[in-house]
Write a protein that binds this ligand. Structure first.
Ligand SMILES: Nc1nc(=O)c2c([nH]1)NC[C@@H]1CN(c3ccc(C(=O)N[C@@H](CCC(=O)O)C(=O)O)cc3)CN21
Ligand SMILES: CC(C)C(=O)C(=O)O
Ligand SMILES: [Mg+2]
Length: 279
């Protein structure tokens, strides 16, 4: 924390109150240094279960555990001062019943300091959302493409085209009515995202949705070009750091093989350096 006065991090009600004002900015983070980089620029930071695919090499989010989320949540919390932290509930930690959801949500919040949890599902999760909110757990909902349901959805496809649109709108209404303070809309048609945004009272956070949403989120490693196993159409690469990192690694490898690294300035002399000398 800096010695200068700092803004208090917003809470779930501050985020809810941003409906229809300036767009909410958010990214995912999984580590302390990345959280530090985005703290001054984001309204909230999501510790996403995408961590399993982005940092652990899993091929879906289904293998992500409570312990993984807690460890990454603690790391992100150490890097945040002004942005709110939201944490994903991992697959199978909340779907069984509201009591299971409360036990695991309470653990995520108390062990990481997150100000809210996020969970996937619409109409079918409304009862659980209501149960959590009434017991002091702010909930961000996540509808449209819900990656934890990849095995029943049959692919990471657009959700809510044509006849499906009314079902996604019903999901949005249900989570808002149940007390969610905001809702992520993932990979839904732009016109549907705009309709939902105008028809519900809580902020919509788009990912592959619409610039008309009340906010946007992206996976940080996607927008920085660190994650390249796949690139959803909704990802904009603001930087291409993966190839930059690889070039640096290749240069290091070549210098080690040529014995040009380490150089004089990276090694230590026999004698203790005299006062005023740097090494
Ligand atoms: N790096 C990363 N970025 C994400 O956005 C992300 C994750 N990981 N892991 C968890 C989920 C999975 N997500 C995904 C994954 C793939 C697509 C996708 O659109 N893939 C293909 C199309 C596949 C299809 O149509 O079946 C694409 O070409 O964009 C979208 C969201 C979103 N989340
Ligand atoms: C992409 C966002 C919304 C997410 O749920 C995640 O990163 O896990
Ligand atoms: Mg997620």
């Amino acid at each position: 924390m800096s010695a200068t006065a700092h803004k208090k991090a917003p809470n779930a009600e501050d985020i809810r109150a941003r409906k229809g004002t300036e767009p909410l900015v958010s990214l995912t983070a999984y580590t302390t240094p990345m959280a530090r980089l985005m703290d001054a620029h984001c309204d909230f930071v999501l510790v996403g279960d995408s961590v399993g695919m982005v940092l652990h090499g899993l091929t879906s989010t289904l293998g992500v555990t409570m312990d993984m989320m807690i460890m990454h949540g603690q790391a992100v919390a150490r890097g945040l001062d002004r942005a709110m932290m939201v944490i994903d509930m991992p697959f199978a930690s909340y779907e069984h019943d509201p009591a299971q959801a409360f036990r695991n949500a309470a653990r995520l919040m108390s062990e990481t300091g997150a100000g809210a949890v996020k969970l996937e599902g619409g109409v079918e999760m409304a009862e659980t959302i209501r149960f959590l909110v009434k017991r002091g757990v702010p909930v961000m909902a996540h509808i449209g493409l819900t990656p934890q349901s990849i095995n029943t959805l049959g692919g990471y496809k657009v959700q809510g085209r044509d006849k499906q649109a009314d079902a996604v709108l019903a999901d949005a209404r249900a989570v808002a009515e149940a007390g969610a303070f905001s809702v992520v809309l993932e990979k839904v048609p732009q016109s549907l995202a705009d309709r939902i945004t105008s028809q519900i009272a809580i902020p919509t956070i788009g990912i592959g949705a619409s610039a008309g949403c009340d906010g946007q989120i992206l996976v940080v490693d996607d927008m920085l070009g660190f994650f390249t196993a796949f690139k959803p159409k909704f990802v904009k690469r603001y930087a291409d750091l993966g190839p930059l990192a690889e070039a640096a690694i290749a240069e290091y490898a070549a210098e080690v093989r040529a014995r040009s690294f380490p150089a004089d300035e990276h090694v230590f002399a026999d004698q203790t350096p005299s006062k005023g000398s740097k090494s």
